[in-house]
Design a protein around this ligand. Structure first.
Ligand code: SF4
Length: 369
């Protein structure tokens, strides 16, 4: 499941608002020849994204946090800016600088430390590029980086140093990537990733999905997105209209790490997806100070399963520069997973995996038990 809309000069809301035919609510809008003009409106999710908090001082003010907390954010925020939607902030506990949701988004001095073993590209994205914006690591599927923008900047993100401006194809977006997919009949599934693909407008995404659906050997279209969690209004009718109706089978992989991330608005977004027939999977990252206990993860997994979302992966942290303070040792993770197995039905226990550069799949860690 980024971001650097500022660093890479990308606009978070990159496309013009789409058109909705018919008169405006205020009455008929027409030219002299009485042909109604299309009424343009900005979807609620785009407005919420534009109004997201980007200033650590404002975030601390909203959460009643002391001034010292703001002071500890400055250096890290210069490297990777703060971005968090207000709806996600509303799920945080006021006055608690260690809130597990806040910890995921608040820049900290610890990010500026140079820790051996923590590097810019810990998962070998650079070596996996097969066309502009197209990565392939595993058989049968390929990953299309459709944007560098996100709705939230997760401090532990493994792509926090990804060169999005280099990945992007100039001029004709995704042309070479789509051509490469068309040439390789062994690819059956495309994963839209980024950044976060759902920061793009439905018009652009639907047009891309149509181009992909016209490739006969493709059967599935998977979206990896954190927006259904941090900005659940993104799961709107316009989105479901193209995603759930595509010839390609749609799969949604969301990203929640802590049960407090899932409130009624997120549950409603899951319900809209599930009712449209879209399978939903969740991937979480094991994070120190966020979800490093079997109690927290059991609550997350039960909540997800109750809402028809399958806990899919629990990722060992990718060792990206700036995120060392989030790392939980693998042995501790294995103990947590073993405890989850004792507490939960098998289908509600995520696979504990780590990504290893050059490996043919995510590496399961549990077999070491
Ligand atoms: S984890 Fe996903 S949503 Fe978070 S910053 Fe990275 S790409 Fe964006």
């Amino acid at each position: 499941m980024s971001r650097y809309d500022c660093i890479f000069g990308m606009s978070i809301v990159a496309s013009p608002p789409h058109s909705v035919p018919g008169p405006s609510p205020a009455g008929k809008v027409g030219r002299a020849d009485n042909v109604p003009l299309p009424v343009r409106r900005t979807p609620a999710w785009k407005t919420a994204l534009q109004e997201a908090i980007r200033d650590p001082a404002e975030l601390c003010r909203v959460l009643d946090l002391p001034r010292e907390v703001v002071e500890r954010t400055a250096a890290a925020a210069r490297l990777f800016g703060l971005l968090v939607p207000r709806g996600f902030v509303a799920r945080m506990q006021k006055g608690d600088p260690n809130d597990p949701l806040l910890r995921q988004v608040l820049p900290l001095d610890a990010e500026t430390l140079d820790v051996p073993g923590f590097i810019a590209d810990p998962v070998g994205d650079g070596d996996a590029k097969i066309a502009p914006g197209l990565l392939q690591k595993y058989a049968g599927r390929a990953l299309l980086i459709v944007t560098g923008a996100c709705a939230v900047h997760c401090r532990y993100c493994f792509r926090r140093h990804f060169p999005y401006s280099e990945a992007a194809e100039r001029g004709r977006p995704w042309e070479e990537a789509v051509a490469a997919i068309r040439r390789d009949s062994a690819i059956h599934e495309i994963i839209l990733s980024g950044g976060d693909p759902l920061t793009l407008s439905d018009g652009r995404l639907a047009a891309l999905a149509r181009r992909l659906a016209a490739i006969p050997h493709l059967t599935r279209l998977r979206i990896h997105s954190r927006l259904p969690i941090v900005l659940p209004e993104r799961v709107c009718d316009e989105f479901l209209n193209w995603f759930a109706r595509s010839r390609l089978t749609g799969v949604m992989v969301v990203h929640a790490n802590h049960p407090a991330e899932i409130d009624d608005s997120v549950a409603a977004a899951f319900s809209r997806l599930a009712s449209a027939g879209v399978p939903i999977l969740n991937q979480a990252v094991l994070l120190r100070g966020v979800n490093d206990s079997s109690e927290v993860l059991a609550e997350l997994c039960e909540k997800l399963a109750d809402l028809r979302v399958m806990p899919y992966y629990l990722h060992q942290l990718d060792r990206v520069a700036g995120a060392a303070h989030f790392e939980v040792p693998q042995d501790e993770g294995l103990r947590i997973i073993a405890e989850l197995r004792r507490r939960l039905p098998g289908y509600a226990v995520p696979r504990y995996v780590r990504e290893v550069t050059g490996a043919p799949s995510k590496m399961p860690l549990e077999s070491r038990l």
